[in-house]
Design a protein around this ligand. Sequence first.
Ligand SMILES: [Zn+2]
Length: 288
Amino acid sequence: MRANQANQASGARWWWAAGAAAAFAAVGSASAQPLAAVPTSIASTTTSEDSAGAGCPEDTVFDNGACVHLADAIDDGPVAPSYANMHHEPSGRLSTYEQIPKLPERPADYDAYRYPIAPGLPGGHYVVSGYDLDRPDAAQRRGRSLRHVGHGGVDLPQTKGAPVRLVALEHQEGPAEVLYTGPLFGTTVVTRHTLREGGRLRDYVVLFGHLDSIAAGLSPGATLNDGDLVGAVGNTGSRELVHLHLEVRRVRDGVDLARVAAGGQLVAEVVSVVCDPRNVLPLREAGR
Ligand SMILES: [Zn+2]
C-alpha cells in the first residue's frame, strides 16, 4: 500500500521531503487561487446551422446578435491550483508539502474514472486506497498500525500478471512518452503526458508502480497510445498487496524533462507536484 519503499534508495523522499517541500510550498501556494468556473463551450449557445450567423468570419461564431471571437482553447480543462499541506511523518517530524487537490467539479467517486487495469474489487470497484494528501494530518493515517501517512496516488488491486494498459488523460495531445523504466515504487514505468489546459500545454507524469514486469521492448523514448501495454500488475516493493500504484504529478513550469534522467528525480518536489489523479483521468463512458 505504501508505495515508497523502493524509493528510499533514490534519494527522492517526495511528499515527505520536508525541507525542499516547505521551500517550494511557500512559493507555489502564494499565487495559487482557485479559478472561476470556465464555461465548457460557448459553441453550445450557437449552431453551425444558425442562419443568422452564416456570414460570420472564420474563427468567430454568431452569438446573441453578433459575431464574437472564439476564445482560445475554449474546451480546455481548467488549471488545477496547488496548495500547501502538512502532516507528521511516522518519526513525528512535521512535513510540509505541495499538492494539487481534486477540482470541485470533478466526481469524487473513483469508479467514475477509467483506469489502466480492469476492476479488481467485488462489484466492479477499483480503488482500495485513494489520494489523501489534501486531507488533515490525522485523516491521512492508514495501514494496520495507522503508521502510514500520506498517499499521493490510488491503489488498484488486481491479480498478479494482469495487464496494465495506458490511459490517455483528459485534454491530452499526442501519445504518451516513456520517461523511465526501472526501480522506483517497486518496478515502475513513468510516462509523460502533454495536456492542453487553460489555453497552454502542460506536462504531467504518470507513475505505474509495483509492476511484476515491464512490457517487452518498453524503454525511455517509446510512445504509448491509449490501450497500449505498459506492463503487468505485481507486488514489487509492496509485499502487502498485489496492486498497481497509479500516481499523477504535474511537472513544474520551467523544468526540462530531457535533463531529468533518474526516476527518483521525476518525483522530486523540485520537478513535479503530486496531483489528485481524478483531475486528469478520463471519465468512463457508459458500458466501458
Ligand atoms: Zn499506492
